[in-house]
Design a protein around this ligand. Structure first.
Ligand SMILES: [Ca+2]
Ligand SMILES: [Ca+2]
Length: 67
């Protein structure tokens, strides 16, 4: 991941565990793929994590949306 604003998508397979890390910019990290096994780990700069369940959001997520 580079700096800047990125959108990061977990691959849309359910019942798997995706680990998605943001870069140094304000990134949008989406792991709302239908399971609650993933980990959206925000990077520096604050990230927006879109998750299936709150437990998917790591400490680097400054904004969390459950979908
Ligand atoms: Ca998944
Ligand atoms: Ca998920």
């Amino acid at each position: 991941m580079k700096g800047g604003h990125d959108v990061v998508l977990a691959n849309g397979y359910t019942n798997d565990t995706d680990i998605v890390k943001g870069g140094s910019g304000y990134d949008k990290i989406k792991v709302n793929d239908g399971d609650s096994l993933d980990r959206a780990s925000g990077g520096a700069g604050g990230d927006w994590c879109i998750v299936d369940a709150r437990k998917e959001a790591g400490t680097g997520c400054t904004r969390v949306t459950v979908r």
